[in-house]
Design a protein around this ligand. Structure first.
Ligand code: PNS
Length: 182
């Protein structure tokens, strides 16, 4: 029997409950799910790769068939290297569709053997993104219930110790809105 292995890639800067919802749904459908942290070249992350991995590992601890890893370079190359032939992407609203469609078709062109599967997030999280979470926190708002507890702690620590706090929220070093779950 072949093992159904899926990659769920993203920036996860930081992981939100919307991401976690997709991970949990994917963990039911696939034998193995690899949550793969990467850096989107269009964004400068608030958290280091190590911090993003740590938050995800803690948030996914209750899911035995989920592992967390990171990659650089092309996603399809990474997926092939891990013997995974499915890429899972979360869709929240129509606004995500165009960009995700473009990426899925490009990934198929790069490697026809890898299929992209879209999963709808719970409607409760359809408005939620890492960017909006960072914006709320940098202006001193609460993100309780929007991110896993571990991410809430990391966000609080980051904001109190750095340039991401209220004073610099409008600066170039502060968070910027992106596309997708980001
Ligand atoms: O959470 P994000 O920022 O929407 O994640 C985007 C990510 C990291 C999944 C995407 O940028 C990606 O796949 N990067 C790897 C580079 C790559 O393969 N690019 C070609 C995609 S068509």
């Amino acid at each position: 029997m072949t093992v159904k292995k899926a990659i769920y890639p993203g920036s996860f800067d930081p992981v939100t409950n919307g991401h976690l919802d997709v991970i949990q749904r994917a963990a039911i459908l696939f034998d193995e799910v690899i949550v793969a942290v990467s850096t989107n070249i269009g964004k400068s992350p608030m958290f280091t790769t190590e911090e993003r991995i740590e938050m995800l590992r803690e948030a996914c601890r209750h899911l035995p068939n989920v592992t967390v890893d990171h990659f650089d370079g092309l996603l399809v190359r990474y997926a092939a290297g891990r013997n995974a032939n499915v890429i899972v992407k979360g869709l929240r609203a129509l606004s995500d569709f165009e960009f995700e469609f473009e990426m899925a078709l490009m990934n198929r062109r790069l490697n026809e053997g890898i299929e992209t599967v879209f999963m709808m997030t719970n409607a409760e999280y359809s408005y939620l993104s890492s960017s909006i979470v960072k914006e709320i926190v940098s202006f001193g708002g609460s993100v309780e219930g929007l991110v896993p507890k571990i991410a809430e702690e990391y966000l609080k620590r980051k904001v109190s110790s750095s340039q991401y706090g209220v004073k610099a929220a409008g600066s170039h070093n502060g968070p910027s809105r992106g596309r997708g779950f980001e």
